[in-house]
Design a protein around this ligand. Structure first.
Ligand code: NDP
Length: 263
């Protein structure tokens, strides 16, 4: 039986085991998906191999560690130097990032987007900004602190901090900050957000399972809004396909995993 897991710290809250195990059951796959709470980054590779995993997903704070531990890295993971999916082939570890394509898939229903404003400049913002740009969108980054913007300036994105004037004309607003995750905060000053929201068409918060203050504010207008559940779902679907060499139909995996949200 194949063995997979989610590696992170903490991992208790992760619904990845629920998504993958339900898909194994529905699709008749002999596999098991568990959790590995990793205390020490230096043990990443050794733990993975001694526990005899065939593959894993990686969550906070080990996506960069996973990148550094792979023998080869593919796709957008190379640009952003962060890996959320690893798979073992022989004695080698191969790394991918499915957060970014998962997000792109999750906004497929949003039409005619040209300009995007990303709130936040952390790991998720990195992944999404490169993926959106690869899809032909013009990506701008707004962050509370200026120092995190250096990376994005270096990669030729337009960047702003909260005290700078920025245009109001963005089609899509994406909250990638953790504001609202464990607190009741907005990702930027309310007045600034109200101006942006007035002129936008769509808003996404990558936080899932919770109506954040940002989404609440967006819903007070005619904006089309969604949370991060579909991003989470599709990153898992794409990881599943990497684990099983694309042997399964994407729609069948999606249908099976969707059931995990209502369990
Ligand atoms: P990071 O720690 O890398 O980045 C956090 C960002 O949030 C920074 O830009 C930080 O700004 C900003 N921030 C934090 N608190 C506030 C605040 N009160 N006001 C304004 N800005 C704030 O986090 P990640 O990118 O790894 O994760 C971000 C979010 O994405 C999390 O909530 C996580 O749960 C979610 N996520 C969802 C996924 C999904 O599948 N749906 C997948 C991955 C992540 P500063 O630089 O000023 O500190």
């Amino acid at each position: 039986m194949k063995q997979f897991c989610i590696i992170g710290n903490p991992v208790e809250h992760s619904i990845s085991p629920r998504l993958h195990n339900l898909a194994y059951k529905c699709l008749g796959v002999a596999a098991n998906y568990s959790r590995l709470k990793l205390e020490n980054a230096k043990d990443f590779r050794e733990k993975f191999f001694t526990c005899k995993y065939d593959g894993a997903n990686i969550t906070v704070p080990y996506k960069e560690v996973a990148f550094a531990n792979c023998d080869e890295v593919f796709g957008i993971a190379k640009q952003i130097e962060a890996v959320n999916t690893v798979v073992k082939r022989g004695d080698k570890l191969f790394g991918y990032n499915t957060d970014a394509p998962g997000f792109i898939k999750s906004i497929e229903e949003f039409k005619n987007i040209k300009n995007v404003l990303m709130l936040g400049a952390g790991g998720t913002a990195k992944a999404l900004s490169f993926a959106l740009r690869e899809n032909g969108l013009h990506v701008n980054i707004l962050n509370r602190s200026k120092n995190r913007l250096d990376f994005f300036n270096g990669a030729n994105f337009n960047t702003f901090s909260h005290d700078e004037n920025l245009p109001n004309s963005f089609d899509l607003l994406i909250n990638t900050t953790s504001a609202g995750l464990k607190d009741n905060e907005l990702p930027a000053p309310k007045e600034l957000l109200l101006g942006l929201i007035k002129n936008a068409k769509y808003a996404v918060d990558v936080i899932y399972n919770k109506e954040t203050p940002f989404i609440k504010l967006c819903k007070e207008t005619s904006l089309t809004c969604k949370d991060g559940s579909d991003m989470l779902l599709y990153q898992a679907v794409f990881a599943f396909n990497i684990f099983f060499d694309n042997r399964f139909n994407e729609e069948d995996i999606t249908k099976a995993m969707r059931g995990a949200f209502t369990l």
